[in-house]
Design a binder for this molecule. Structure first.
Ligand code: GAP
Length: 460
């Protein structure tokens, strides 16, 4: 935590949702049928943004270090996986239903927190919607159930995975064998997970279908605490290097009654979302819980044998588990800014250039003879190198406003002078400075800018 920790969100969720819809980042899913509760479709810029978030995560896991390997496991797994992992029995939330007018369902712990100040506080709670009496809580399993094959009987039940992590544990033996790794080493995965959340909401913060970025780091038991500390620091660094202001991030250790069934210690990285401080990523010490459980249920030995020392042990697991959608939302919120420029309101996404959906927009000033053609040539030079966009429609001011709202860090204007001396104007999204540079130097110049460290201009 930093000294100047922020206390108030600066932007509302409504403003973020409106921008996402206006500029085609994220839409309500199945909109023409009235929408399906808390499911969202990503449009062009949303896909590019989320892809960049995932790419940066992969870069941090695979390229910036050499002790992690990648996996892409199946969403549908043997039902016994969820028996062994404890999800069938323990992956539940306390559900209460309103007995009054509205009959709505709620998560009991959330209502307690809202009405009594803590999830485990004793005392009477009432329906947040209509004030009605609530039922006694019952444990509701969050896994989506379906059937495999043409017969829908008990023997064909399978579950959509509620976390990507189990696909890693059940492959531990394969990885020891084929990737010739020894602890400490990690296995990383990005993919969809599904949870039948009782109260999803707050846009893409909590949905029933979402993408996770999880890494299981297998370590000798005696080193678990050291690596837990390491991963907390590393993950905080990842967010701040990608532009999140440190004052809007904090680490919070779980209390004993908050811990998941598998965890002996977890800390959340929290971000100051428009809904207040909320979990962005969890970093857990899962101990040997998962490997031991799968060994017991499958009969396979899931341990590491060190030939050099003759030592045999079940590694402990340190797990940084992030959500790609939730991270994309945090980056959007942190980047959102409104300022007045020459008497006009300017909305701008001050995204880290590496996260920005489009890196550079090429804009011919007017459609004077030869100008669009020259602008197209410049665009064609740039687009193999980075996501670029060509736009000749509407006034230049309007085109810049559009690019500002999707967070494009650089704009190239092609004008009359370009045709005379080969230079273009390069506009910076954040400082609004414009400099003339030779068009031929643009590829090298922009690649250099893209590789430089970046700091949010909101930090001053
Ligand atoms: N394997 C550990 C695990 O799944 P988790 O804290 O339940 O831990 C990890 O989930 C991350 O996944 C969360 O910090 C969050 O970013 C994301 N996540 C979890 N549930 C989500 C949901 N319903 N909608 C969007 N993201 C979610």
């Amino acid at each position: 935590m930093t000294d100047e920790t922020a206390t108030k969100p600066e932007v509302t969720m409504e403003e973020i949702v409106a921008l996402c819809k206006r500029r085609g980042f994220v839409f309500q899913s199945s909109e023409i049928y009235g929408g399906l509760g808390s499911t969202y479709d990503y449009g062009h810029y949303g896909v590019l943004l989320k892809q960049n978030v995932k790419n940066e995560w992969w870069r941090a896991m695979l390229q910036d270090r050499d002790d992690i390997v990648a996996i892409d496991s199946a969403i549908l797994q043997h039902p016994r996986v969820w028996e062994a992992s404890g999800h069938l029995e323990g992956f539940t939330d306390p559900l209460v239903q309103c007995l009054g007018k509205c009959k709505k369902r709620w998560r009991e712990d959330h209502v307690r927190e809202e009405q009594l100040g803590a999830a485990d506080a004793e005392g009477e709670i009432t329906c947040p919607e209509c004030g009605g009496e609530l039922t006694e809580p019952r444990q509701f399993n969050l896994m989506f159930k379906t059937h495999m094959g043409p017969v829908e009987d008990a023997g064909s039940v399978v579950y959509l995975r509620p976390e990507t992590a189990q696909g890693i544990f059940i492959n531990f033996k394969n990885f020891l064998q084929f990737s010739r790794r020894k602890p400490p080493f990690g296995i990383a995965q990005v993919g969809k997970s599904f949870r039948n959340e009782i109260t999803p909401g707050n846009f893409i913060f909590r949905t029933r279908e979402f993408e996770q970025m999880e890494m299981e780091f297998f370590v000798p038991p005696a080193e678990a605490e050291k690596w837990h500390q390491h991963w907390m620091a590393e993950r905080m660094r990842w967010y701040t290097e990608l532009g999140i202001r440190p004052s809007h991030l904090r680490l919070r250790a779980h209390g004993p009654d908050e811990l998941s069934h598998y965890s002996s210690a977890t800390s959340d990285i929290e971000y100051l979302f428009p809904i207040g401080w909320s979990e962005l990523e969890g970093i857990a010490n899962r101990g040997d819980f998962d490997l031991t459980q799968h060994a017991k249920h499958s009969g396979e030995k899931l341990e590491y044998f060190d030939q050099a020392t003759g030592e045999r042990y079940v590694p402990y697991v340190i797990e940084p588990a992030a959500g790609a959608d939730r991270a994309a939302l945090a980056f959007l919120v942190d980047a959102y800014d409104v300022e007045e420029v020459e008497g006009r309101k300017r909305t701008v996404l001050r995204l880290h250039p590496r996260l920005a959906p489009v890196k550079v927009a090429v804009l011919p000033l007017v459609s004077k003879e030869g100008m669009p053609e020259r602008a197209r040539e410049i665009f064609d030079q740039l687009r193999p190198l980075m996501q670029a966009e060509y736009d000749e429609g509407g006034s230049i001011g309007k085109r810049y406003r559009r690019q500002d709202e999707i967070g494009t860090p650089w704009g190239v204007t092609v004008d009359g002078q370009t045709l005379e001396d080969g230079t273009v104007t390069l506009r910076d999204r954040d400082t609004l400075t414009q400099e003339r540079v030779p068009a031929d130097e643009l590829p090298a110049l922009l690649l250099k800018k893209l590789s430089e460290p970046w700091k949010s201009p909101k930090l001053g």
